[in-house]
Design a protein around this ligand. Structure first.
Ligand code: NAD
Length: 437
């Protein structure tokens, strides 16, 4: 029996592929390298997450394949596979795109979820895009799946480092269309050098993210997540559910771009005093909204009862919240991060929670979220000890990068993405403000 091995194995887990190959050969199996079997890739990803021990992992991979046999592989794919000699899959075809007429643009969509598929299909409405929806993420290994595509469409946890971009460029991909605002996962300089255009979604409902940030704050403060669970178990006790009035308390907004400004306005609506820090202040907005800019981040951290982060992740903003800045924060304050996980040093955060320096933390993002957030791991073992620790605190509320997830935001993201992809095949320009490389 042949085993079809995704190159994912060899890249993501050094030594694991060799372990698997040796075990296979020992059992008299042969193996093939291939990247285009989504079902198998998914199985491998599940195994990757589940088994740190490589021998056990190899044994399981074998039994998994032996159990499922060729039935997992669609017949048409299987036929094509018979023709592939073993060896480096990079030389081989990896996607079944049709090499369509030039008026139709093939776009490979990585890390597709059902809501992405629906929104993109609706937004394009047969307007000349041949979508190839792939459920796995884009990495330097899976980039070969974009063969024949002129555009790739990616999200926040796809990894567009230089090797990945080199593969895309070598395949003739012209456009990387991000379905997100942030683009910290793209090596922009390399993209420029490789003449790949990179676009993002510069604006989509900032209300979606701001409202979610405030939802985290309200839930944490009034402990509605705990109350919900208690009442369902007929525990009507109120012990431990005491919160505080937001009214007349001070909120600190770090980053007053589109989302930070909406968050500030909502919090003003609660009657909070709102302070803001941003090296590029927007004084007119501040005056209108009744928000006060402070000169330094330290001043904001020292004065605020609630701090909400709304900056992009850059070299400068990485670990904005770390041991030394946490010390500046008021004892008993609440931190909300709906921006990017890397803004917060998780280990320092855990220490601050253990010492009760922080009264609550609401996170929609996490620095090691890749491979965890957006996935159903309910039947798996969680290998991330920091995340596991965070989940044990009653005053930590984590959502899985869902702040953007409203109907309005999805539709706006899809429209910008489709417009930018269609611009490839026409004289039309890309959506204003969307080109980052
Ligand atoms: P934006 O570009 O409109 O605003 C970012 C603001 O941060 C700018 O005003 C900028 O001057 C400011 N800034 C930059 N460096 C700073 C620093 N060191 N200190 C203080 N301010 C600084 O971006 P936006 O649309 O408001 O989005 C903000 C971030 O939210 C994005 O970069 C993205 O990471 C995140 N986001 C998260 C989700 C989600 O689903 N959780 C969705 C969309 C965006």
């Amino acid at each position: 029996m042949d085993l079809i091995v995704s190159n994912h194995f060899s890249r993501n887990e050094p030594g694991a592929f060799e372990a698997l190959r040796d075990a296979l050969l020992m059992h008299g199996h042969s193996y093939r390298h291939l990247a285009d079997l989504r079902s198998y890739l998914e199985a491998v990803q599940r195994l990757t997450r589940r088994y740190a021990d490589q021998d056990a992992w190899a044994r399981l991979a074998i039994s998994n394949v032996a159990r499922s046999g060729e039935s997992r592989v669609p017949a048409c794919q299987m036929q094509r596979l018979q023709h592939y000699p073993c060896g480096d899959f990079r030389k081989k075809e990896s996607l079944t795109m049709t090499g369509n007429p030039s008026s139709v643009i093939a776009a490979a969509v990585f890390d597709t979820k059902p809501y992405d598929r629906e929104a993109l299909q609706q937004a394009s409405a047969n307007r000349g895009i041949e979508w190839h929806f792939l459920e796995f993420r884009l990495t330097e290994d899976s980039a070969y799946a974009a063969k024949n595509a002129r555009a790739v469409c990616v999200f926040v946890n796809d990894q567009l480092n230089r090797p990945c971009l080199e593969v895309l460029a070598s395949l003739g991909v012209e456009l990387v269309a991000l379905r997100s605002t942030g683009f910290n996962n793209v090596d922009v300089d390399s993209a420029r050098e490789l003449r790949l255009t990179v676009t993002r979604v510069p604006v989509y409902s900032p209300h979606a993210v701001a409202e979610h940030a405030v939802a985290l704050l309200l839930t944490l403060n009034r402990k509605t997540h705990r109350a919900f669970n208690r009442v369902r178990e007929l525990n009507f006790s109120l012990n431990g559910l005491v919160g505080f009035d937001l009214y007349a308390k001070t909120a600190g907004i770090v980053g007053t771009g589109k989302i930070g400004r909406v968050t500030g306005q909502i919090l003003r609506g609660f009657g909070m005093r709102v302070l803001a820090y941003d090296p590029f202040s927007n004084d007119e907005w501040a005056k209108q909204a009744g928000v006060e800019y402070v000169e330094t981040l330290s001043e904001l951290l020292r004065t605020s009862d609630v701090i909400s982060l709304h900056t992009p992740l850059t070299r400068e903003t990485r670990y904005t919240i770390r041991a030394e800045t946490i010390k500046l924060m008021k004892r008993g304050s609440i931190l909300i991060n709906s921006s990017r996980g890397g803004l917060v040093d998780t280990k320092a955060l855990i220490e601050a929670l253990k010492s009760r320096h922080l009264a609550g933390v609401g996170l929609d993002v996490y620095e090691e979220e890749e491979g965890i957030f957006f996935e159903d791991l309910s039947g798996d073992v969680l290998h991330d000890d920091d995340l596991a620790r965070l989940l044990t605190f009653p005053n930590v509320l984590i959502t899985s990068h869902q702040a953007f997830l409203t109907r309005e935001a999805l539709s706006e993201i899809a429209h910008t993405t489709v417009t930018n992809i269609l611009a490839l095949g026409s004289q039309q320009s890309f959506v204003e403000g969307s080109v980052v490389a």
